[in-house]
Structure formats: structure tokens, C-alpha cells
Write a new protein. Structure first.
Length: 181
């Protein structure tokens, strides 16, 4: 049975809400783990559907859109590790969507499946990116790791201008995470 968009938005919003006096961090994590266990592939597909069409601020009562999106990446990444075929099949096409690209890249990084690296490389060579997009790309390559990811990170590092110090730092962090050197 498919999970409704509103159910996913409301649950993610509640899980992103500030902790209250009656809720501990551990309790929230247990609730999130139960949600992931029970949701399976259907939850993964519902979350990925929200990547290209995130909720608007009016739909969120407890969390900011940034907090909600960060948790979306975390949960979709966890589920994507369990169901990598589904994650890749659904996320790779989103790399072409300007509005969904950053979140799709972040989730692919979180999934950590090396089969995404050639597509990330193709994407990197095929278009001009903003500095923010390159930060997402470097982070994903760093999380995935491997020889091809390290080669792409080296290419990114070479293309960085002296004025892009923050991007260079992010690439250096990704290189360390991927154990490239």
C-alpha cells in the first residue's frame, strides 16, 4: 500500500521538531528507526517523490524546510542502503531536474553505492554548476569513495579558482572522507 505524501510530510515534520520536555533524543531516534523499518521500499519511494516536489513552508508546523530536507536525506539514504536498486533507479533521473538535483546528489552520497559515480561524473562534465552544487557533488563523491570518485574529486580540485576557498575546503574534506590520498 503506497504511503501518502501528507503522511510522509507530517511524520518527517514531527521528527524534525524541537525536542520537548516529554521527548528525549533517543526516543525520537527509536521512533524514526521504527518508521524506517515499517516503511521499507514504499517509504523510500515516497521520500524520493518528495525530492522533486518538497513541501512548502505552510505544510510544516515544527521544522524549517532546511531541517526537514536534511532529515529527508538521512532517512532516504538509510533506506537507499537497504534497497540500492530502487534508490538508484529513482534518484539518477532526478539529476537532470534543477530543483531536485542537490537533494538527489546528497541522497546518492548517503546511499554510498559506487554505481552512482559514473552518472555523477557525466553530470559534472556535462554542465556548469554553481559553487553550492559543486559542494553537494564533492560531498557525495567523498561519501561514496573509491578510485573513480577520487579521480573526479581530483578534477574538481583542479578546476577550483583561488577565490573559491570554501569549495576547496569542502573538496579537501571529501578527499579525506574518500581516503583518496
Amino acid at each position: 500500500m503506497p504511503i501518502s505524501r501528507n503522511e510522509v510530510i507530517e511524520t518527517r515534520d514531527a521528527l524534525a521538531a524541537p525536542l520537548g520536555p516529554l521527548t528525549s533524543h533517543d526516543e525520537r531516534l527509536e521512533r524514526q528507526d521504527r518508521w524506517v523499518e515499517e516503511g521499507g521500499v514504499e517509504l523510500l519511494e515516497a521520500l524520493i517523490a518528495l525530492v522533486s516536489s518538497p513541501p512548502v513552508d505552510d505544510q510544516l508546523q515544527h521544522a524549517s524546510l532546511d531541517e526537514w530536507s536534511m532529515l529527508l536525506v538521512e532517512v532516504a539514504g538509510t533506506l537507499g542502503k537497504r534497497h540500492p536498486e530502487v534508490a538508484l533507479q529513482r534518484l539518477l533521473p532526478l539529476l537532470e531536474d534543477d530543483h531536485a538535483r542537490a537533494a538527489a546528489i546528497d541522497i546518492l552520497g548517503s546511499v554510498g553505492d559506487a554505481r552512482a559515480v559514473p552518472e555523477l561524473g557525466r553530470l559534472m562534465r556535462g554542465r556548469r554548476f554553481s559553487e553550492d552544487d559543486l559542494v553537494h557533488l564533492a560531498g557525495a563523491l567523498g561519501e561514496i569513495g573509491g578510485e573513480e570518485a577520487c579521480r573526479l574529486l581530483a578534477q574538481l580540485r583542479q578546476a577550483v579558482t583561488p577565490g573559491q576557498r570554501e569549495l576547496r575546503q569542502e573538496i579537501d574534506i571529501a578527499v579525506q572522507a574518500a581516503r583518496c590520498e
